[in-house]
Design a protein around this ligand. Structure first.
Ligand SMILES: *Cc1c(COP(=O)(O)O)cnc(C)c1O
Length: 417
């Protein structure tokens, strides 16, 4: 092969942290004429989505369905629980936590950030002392991003609940599971989460355009206390989709509902525990390869502590402009698209070109991950970027089960001090 022959024809692979790869079953379910929205199949189908969404989130409580991306779900969660002047605490391990905080600020909410940068998890002792100091209970909610897709740090949501309980603080625990849902273990009810936001285009494998806000009875009480609420974002009617889409809310996201039905069938056909286990094993193969590459070259995973690594996304630094060169080479030559770095350096600054991310969420399997890793290995060689050799071999050993487990799929929950 000479360097000027492109090998990109064939099925491309979008390995970015959302939107994720769309299963053929989802695409086929969406490939149809518009249905009757007043009666029949669509109404029946929509009713089946609610219990199956609850099973993914591990909750028996409510879910409101929106026609929006994740930013819409962020806004919906805030609009249904808070009013201007209310205070929220935002422990941040990356760009997405800051983004949710900025949205709250724009709504007139008083936002206090505990910023841990892009390399560290929440400091639960610091969170505990902040909550304990708030004797007047001015903090109405904690905005907790489970997996921050920029840094790929997975924070411990159960520990946040333990922290609220230990300090006797009544603030709502609001979790962003847009990146993690259907990838990393998440237990809404067991972990005492009051509000959880997600969107359909990551672990849920549907094209972008639909989002979800799950809420507990305690969060519903907060909603009931608000003097007014945006008609569009009000979650009460949306948590009853049959009522909502027939009488109140405008046109249903018809094709997305069919797509989501197919995606939920895939998830529950496999079993949510098995879905998490698959993501974890595939992530371990990626980490093993990255460690080998980094053993003799500039590539580094952002998250050093394996217990803090997400199963859905891996944020990497490779220095210089190597990330931009590698992404460009892989897309042009192999049909493989990797994610840009986000929140690690100012956009398009010289440093920005050294960061990238692998998305490994949703519809991914062993041969795809081996293709991703083999592709990256090829790109490193083609571009002359130094790297340890044997990365693909190490990943194969993980997937073959002949290399030991590297980390539990969930850190042991620690209580705060
Ligand atoms: C993708 C993502 C968002 C934003 O979702 P959009 O659909 O792009 O609006 C927010 N939070 C996290 C953790 C995400 O991964």
């Amino acid at each position: 092969m000479t360097a000027d022959i492109s090998l990109a024809a064939g099925r491309g692979y979008l390995a970015i942290p959302g939107p994720s790869v769309i299963p053929d079953a989802v695409l086929q379910a969406m490939h149809r004429p518009s249905p009757n929205i007043y009666a029949g199949e669509l109404i029946d189908l929509t009713a089946t989505l609610v219990p199956d969404l609850r099973r993914v989130a591990r909750t028996v409580h409510n879910v409101a369905i929106y026609i929006s991306n994740g930013h819409g779900a962020w806004e919906a969660a805030l609009m249904n629980t808070l009013q201007p002047g209310d205070k929220v605490l935002v422990p941040a391990s990356g760009r997405f936590a800051l983004g949710w905080g900025e949205m709250a600020e724009a709504l007139g909410i008083d936002v206090e950030i505990l910023d841990y940068g892009t390399g560290k998890p929440w400091d639960m002792d610091q969170v505990a002392s902040r909550l304990a100091a708030d004797r007047a209970h001015q903090i109405k909610a904690v905005l907790a991003v489970h997996v921050d897709t920029s840094s790929s740090i997975r924070n411990d949501v159960a520990a946040m609940r333990a922290c609220l309980d230990a300090t006797g603080h009544p603030a709502l625990l609001m979790a962003d599971c847009i990146a993690s849902l259907g990838c990393d273990r998440f237990e809404m009810d067991d972990w005492g989460v009051d509000v959880m936001v997600s969107a359909c285009q990551k672990g849920l494998m549907v094209p972008a355009g639909m989002s979800f806000v799950f809420f507990s009875p305690k969060a519903a009480e907060a909603r009931a206390r608000l003097p007014r609420i945006s008609r569009y974002w009000d979650w009460s009617p949306r948590a009853n989709p049959e009522e909502f889409y027939q009488y109140f809310g405008g046109t249903a996201p018809t094709h997305h509902l069919y797509g989501l039905r197919a995606a939920l069938d895939l998830i529950h056909g496999e079993g949510i525990e098995q879905v998490w286990a698959r993501h974890h094993r595939l992530a371990q193969a990626i980490w093993a390869a990255c460690e080998v590459w980094g053993s003799d070259g500039p590539l580094r995973m952002n998250v050093q502590d394996v217990a803090l690594r997400s199963n859905a996304v891996t944020s990497l630094h490779i220095g210089g402009d190597n990330a931009t060169r590698l992404r460009g080479w892989l897309e042009q030559n192999l049909g493989l698209t990797l994610g840009i770095g986000l929140g690690m350096a100012p956009p398009n600054s010289p440093e920005w070109h050294g960061y990238l991310r692998f998305g490994h969420m949703g519809h991914v399997n062993g041969q795809m991950i081996m293709g991703l890793l083999g592709g990256v290995d090829t790109g490193l060689k083609a571009l002359g970027i130094a790297h340890g050799s044997g990365a693909v071999e190490a990943a194969a050993q993980v997937l073959a089960g002949v290399r030991g487990e590297q980390a539990p799929d969930q850190p042991a929950t620690s209580c705060c001090g």
